[in-house]
Ligand binder design. Structure first.
Ligand SMILES: Cc1cc2nc3c(=O)[nH]c(=O)nc-3n(C[C@H](O)[C@H](O)[C@H](O)COP(=O)(O)O)c2cc1C
Length: 400
């Protein structure tokens, strides 16, 4: 995601400075090249040597060591990140002070800046500091965090630096194309649970990973995202509205409520096809034999496909075996725009995997059906490929 991107990271004198090492490793893992400026105070918390090792040797501290570094470092950067950002650097930046390599480089930079404030809650709530912070926000500087929680000083309050993963995601968003800006994306994810009695249910092996990856990528590319989720163990992406449901009935009701407000609807949840004909109010006693009567659930995709002003609709067709024929049939019968076929019996494409190998089946504006097989890739990359296709199909439709 951050391949060939150049990030300039400023580390300042906060106890959270040690987390910058993880941050640098995350940027590097994502493919970015990272250069780091440390303040004198930052060097009291972590050593330049540790930063040098993490970043591959790109650490700068002294403005006068290499006379034009305050101009050349920002000139080469796609994005300037300050993490952790002390009250001091934020206030200096807001007031145009240039008294060391970091503050001077900030003034010499005219691209996007992300700051991750970290400080004691009293410093954070201080009126002078807040005025400075708000001034930076009004200029378009982005902040990640801080968060409320236990602080290094032993107090509780607002001031903890945001999690490293959150800062990395903010960077990815900032450097990502925003081609879904203005789109209202509705995504469903995970399994449903169909109760037999208060303690037993029927479910399926869906982990929700594919749907959560779709929601994350849609958000990253600028969409407003609503995620209707069955029970999963995954942390939802930041900035996404999450509606938690449990049963196929609840999923159905929630989708029907939200489809009219959406411009793209992606149904990746594994909704039960059959549910118990009745749910007992008390626990069924153990016996020699027990048979369960199941009834068919309503077809959410098909109903969504019947909406008058329907959004762009994509569904998933998880099959065991190369049953592309079944997926194609679903695309036509349900009157939807795209179906994503995957063979869950294939290695790397099954439930709970972080990867998926799919075939995207879609119609063009003449209604003709096309298939695009993708290689095995991460679920986030599958989500990106889906949106590339959806954006190009929507643009084709607009230019008709
Ligand atoms: C142990 C310790 C922890 C500190 N933690 C923070 C902090 O989390 N946030 C902050 O704004 N300042 C903190 N400070 C104060 C800054 O280090 C101080 O304001 C310094 O001048 C910041 O310089 P810089 O912004 O150039 O790095 C801390 C100071 C000490 C001694």
């Amino acid at each position: 995601m951050l391949k060939d991107r150049s990030i300039l990271l400023g580390i300042t004198g906060s106890v959270a400075a040690y987390k910058s090492l993880e941050l640098i490793k995350g940027f590097v893992k994502d493919g970015a090249s990272v250069k780091v400026i440390m303040t004198e105070a930052a060097k009291r918390f972590i050593t330049p040597m540790s930063v040098e090792i993490a970043s591959g040797g790109n650490v700068y501290c002294d403005m006068f060591e290499s006379p034009l570094s305050h101009v050349s470092l920002p000139a080469d950067a796609d994005l300037f990140v300050i993490a952790p950002a002390t009250a001091n650097i934020i206030s200096k930046y807001a007031n145009g002070i240039a008294d060391n390599l970091l503050s001077t480089s900030l003034l010499a930079f005219n691209g996007r800046v992300i700051i991750a404030p970290a400080m004691n809650w009293r410093m954070y709530e201080n009126a002078v500091f807040q005025k400075n912070l708000h001034y930076l926000l009004s200029l378009g500087v982005k902040t990640v965090g801080p968060e409320r929680g236990s602080l290094a000083c032993g107090e509780e309050g607002m001031g903890r630096m945001a999690d490293v993963e959150k800062i990395i995601e903010a960077v990815r968003t900032s450097l990502s194309k925003q081609d879904l800006a203005g789109e209202q994306v509705l995504v469903t994810a995970g399994p449903t649970r169909e109760y037999i009695d208060p303690v037993r249910y029927i479910s399926n092996r869906s982990s929700g990973k594919m749907g959560y990856a779709i929601a994350k990528i849609a958000k990253r590319r600028g969409a407003d995202v609503t995620l209707i989720s069955g029970p999963t163990a995954i942390k939802p992406p930041d900035g996404v509205e999450v509606i938690n449901v449990e049963t196929a009935d609840e999923m159905h009701a929630s989708v029907m409520d939200n489809v009219p407000m959406s411009s793209i609807f992606i149904m990746s949840a594994a909704v039960a096809d059959f549910v118990p004909a009745e749910t007992k109010n008390s626990k069924i006693e153990k016996k020699e034999k027990f048979s369960l009567n199941l009834v068919k659930t309503s077809d959410i995709l098909e109903e969504a496909g019947r909406f008058k002003n329907k959004p762009f609709i994509a569904g998933f067709s998880a099959e065991t075996g190369n049953r592309l024929d079944r997926a194609r049939k679903k695309l036509v019968n349900k009157n939807i725009d795209m179906i994503v076929f995957n063979d869950v019996s294939k290695a790397g494409s099954g439930f709970d995997a972080d990867t998926n190998e799919v075939v995207i089946i879609h119609r063009d504006k003449e209604g003709e059906i096309h298939e695009q097989p993708l290689q095995l890739m991460s679920k986030e990359d599958v989500a990106s490929a889906l949106f590339d296709m959806i954006v190009s199909l929507k643009n084709e439709g607009l230019s008709e």
